[in-house]
Design a binder for this molecule. Structure first.
Ligand code: GAL
Length: 737
């Protein structure tokens, strides 16, 4: 050990040694590239000294699209392997590398991460990957109790470059260190969770995997399995564990190594469905009204669940309107302002239901309840195509989401061609063969069609914006049958930078301009402002006749993002929402999302997803689904298709919830409803489960004649008002005094 420290001092390295662990942060360094630099016998005494935990550009070396080599001399004591759990492998854990690396031990390649420019398949960065390179002791590469040379070749594409983050550590891992578990919760038909056990080290570890499924409400074990397994490197083992998706379950997986008794254990909350199944008989799930401007086409699909075929009829249907018998799509035009009330009946083999419905016709009558539908951004981002929009629209109908009021199908960024047509009109790219045909196809099904642009020269995704072409673009939208425009500031920041006076008027101007042209079109176009809440858009949004305005930057599928946007930044905005004009805390992040052509399950836990939908419906937010509907599972359908929950969002009083109480990690948000009731969300935003006496928490609950659990669609007894709210979870109540 003494010798090791002396060596370290001699060559100017800092080394930390413990029994099975050696750490080094300093190395010798040379810019450039030469295969001879991997050789242990090379004399590197003239190389400079470098810190491997900080990028090389921070230490005076600017190397872009180029190479640098690090060399570390290290004496490895044979004592580190004696007495360890296993004597087969030693792991070389490298610092992270901007962008790719190759690692040589005593002249032999022991690991590589990312691809160098000359490699098959071309360069690929792997800057954020953890580098653990196992070396088999049997291979004899390690020189015990002698000088070892670790040479690391690094390629950097662009600043920052070189090794960074953690020191180089040489470790003898214990028997289970290379094991990891991965869970995939498949919530269709028979729900099951696939548990994958992998071993990243070339060690055979034999042991037992115990999987327990416990009911989180009763604490009782209700399922699971036990199996003896030997996970090997490169051969992950997959086990499928069925569970009851109607129960709130926790899966705990524990692997115990037979030889040492060491364990790895992980908990995974499973998806659960609270929404009761819809009855087979017809049920109207939408608000009892819809608004349209005089002479604009009416497009309204009655949201009615129940078995198909179904027959729709109307009593006293106003002149100028027709109702399609088979799918309940209302269409036509009304010339004069006014309220037209009529009764619509839906009938199927299992029964019959009716709704008294009012069509409100007037200049300011659109968006009387928040828009419900879909937007392509959170799933496909710039890889959106006409085919993907149609597939999601078809799934919206087939999976029954249209029966709950989801109707807008909105294309976000990525549809525009690289250049405008010679006459200045906007052109679409090859992924959209015909906007007009797509619009017609959606309208035939009673769905609505949305699009995206920017008041600037370019959109956020680098596509063409509408600057200097606002009138032409509004006319194109009309000719395609557009019903919704999301108008995203983004590239306008360049035009705005040139403004001398950057007061509120400079923020209003581009939005007012487009609104004038939209209003000239002979159809209703929902106007959605997207400028992230600048210049307190909620204060002036109604005056540019905006129907909604984003209040924050972009959401992503993490608790941090959802908490910040939904809880922190919406508090206090309630007074600005009203029928026709809504605060928009951004699109939904449930289901399969990914902002690319690679989709994955939302990273929100099931409890967080209940919180998300509860809060967004309370906030009278736009309800735009952000996932691929074709791949939507039963859990997500349950989240989005609870008519009692959705009717809070669609409540015709149009009052947004505000935070009425914050007690430690418990927040209460409440909104008054048109029928005199109050919708109340009780949220646990903390990291621990909490016992909550809901009566004691909020006086309206104690005073209430009825307390309804909206997710479970049942009235609660006094005894049920004391409950545990899981971390990041919630309870959603409607109280009637
Ligand atoms: C962002 C916007 C996103 C999405 C994206 C498209 O500015 O907030 O919702 O529309 O642009 O590039």
């Amino acid at each position: 050990m003494k010798k090791l420290f002396l060596l370290a001092l001699l060559i100017g390295l800092s080394i930390n040694v413990s029994a099975q662990n050696v750490s080094v942060s300093k190395a010798r360094f040379q810019r450039g590239d030469d295969p001879n630099w991997a050789k242990p016998e090379l004399n590197d005494a003239s190389w400079s000294e470098i810190d491997m935990t900080r990028n090389w550009d921070k230490q005076g070396y600017v190397i872009n699209q180029g190479y640098g080599w690090y060399r570390v001399h290290l004496k490895l004591s044979s004592s580190m392997i004696k007495g360890a759990d296993q004597q087969k492998i030693v792991v070389f854990n490298l610092p992270k590398a901007d962008d790719t690396d190759e690692c040589y031990l005593n002249g032999k390649l022991i690991g590589k991460t990312g691809r160098m420019p000359g490699d098959k398949g071309g360069y690929r960065s792997a800057w954020s990957t953890v580098r653990n390179y196992p070396v088999n002791v049997k291979d004899g590469i390690i020189r015990w109790d002698a000088d070892n040379v670790i040479a690391i070749r690094v390629y950097n594409a662009g600043e920052p470059g070189g090794l960074f983050d953690n020191p180089l550590t040489v470790r003898v891992p214990n028997a289970i260190e290379g094991l990891s578990m991965h869970f995939t919760d498949v919530n269709d038909g028979q729900a099951h969770c696939d548990v994958q056990l992998s071993n990243s080290y070339p060690l055979t570890t034999t042991g037992k995997l115990d999987i327990d499924i416990t009911d989180r409400e009763t604490g009782k074990k209700i399922g699971g399995l036990s199996k003896k397994l030997s996970p090997k490197q490169g051969k992950p083992i997959r086990l499928s564990v069925p569970y009851d998706k109607k129960k709130i379950c926790l899966l705990t997986a524990t692997f115990t190594d037979a030889k040492t008794g060491k364990k790895i254990s992980q908990k995974f909350p499973l998806k659960y469905i609270l929404t009761p199944p819809a009855p087979a008989a017809p049920r109207f799930n939408g608000a009892p009204l819809f608004g349209v401007r005089p002479n604009s086409p009416v497009i309204y699909r009655f949201p009615v669940s129940g078995e198909r075929p179904m027959k729709f009829t109307a009593d006293n249907l106003p002149e100028g309107l027709t109702l399609s018998e088979s799918d309940g799509v209302l269409s036509g035009k009304i010339r004069r302002p006014g309220n037209l009330t009529f009764t619509v009946t839906a009938e199927n083999a299992k029964g019959k239901a009716s709704q008294e419905f009012t069509l409100k016709v007037g200049d300011r009558m659109i968006a009387l309840t928040p828009p419900m539908g879909w937007n392509s951004w959170n799933c496909w981002a710039l890889s959106v195509s006409q085919e993907k929009v149609m597939s999601s629209a078809q799934a919206l109908i087939d999976k029954g989401l249209a029966d709950y009021g989801y109707c807008y199908m909105n294309i976000d960024d990525g549809w525009e061609a690289a250049e405008r047509n010679p006459d200045g009109t906007i052109a679409v790219n090859e992924k959209f063969p015909s906007m007009k045909a797509l619009g017609d196809w959606l309208h035939e099904r009673g769905l609505k069609f949305g699009i995206y642009s920017s008041p600037g020269d370019f959109t956020c995704g680098g596509y063409l914006g509408s600057i200097d072409h606002e009138k032409q673009d509004a006319e194109s939208y009309n000719s395609w049958g557009i019903d919704y425009l999301k108008y995203d500031w983004c590239g306008y920041s360049r035009a705005h930078a040139k403004e001398r006076d950057k007061g509120v008027a400079s923020y209003v101007r581009p939005y007012l301009l487009m609104q004038q042209f939209l209003r000239e079109q002979p159809r209703d176009i929902f106007y959605s402002l997207c400028q992230y809440g600048m210049a307190k858009v909620w204060e002036w949004g109604p005056f540019v006749d905006a129907n909604s305005w984003r209040t924050t930057g972009d959401i992503n599928d993490t608790w941090g993002s959802m908490y910040d946007i939904g809880f922190q930044r919406q508090a206090g905005l309630a007074p600005y929402a009203a029928p026709g004009h809504w605060n928009d805390p951004d699109m939904l992040i449930v289901g399969k999302v990914g902002w690319s052509s690679n989709l994955r399950d939302s990273r929100l836990t099931p409890d967080e997803q209940y919180t998300h939908i509860t809060l967004w419906t309370l906030l009278a937010s736009n309800m735009l689904i952000g996932c691929d509907i074709a791949q939507m599972d039963d859990f997500t359908v349950g989240l989005l298709c609870n008519h009692e929950v959705n009717l809070i969002n669609q409540d015709i009083l149009g009052k947004q919830a505000d935070r009425v109480l914050k007690q430690g990690d418990i927040e209460v948000w409440a909104r008054p409803l048109a029928d005199g009731g109050t919708a109340i969300g009780i949220f646990n935003v903390g990291d621990e489960d909490q016992q909550v006496d809901m009566k004691a928490l909020y006086s309206d609950i104690a005073k209430a004649k009825t307390v309804r659990d909206l997710w479970r669609q049942k009235n609660l007894s006094a005894g049920e008002l004391n409950c545990t709210i899981p971390t990041h979870g919630c309870r959603y109540l409607k109280v009637t005094l």
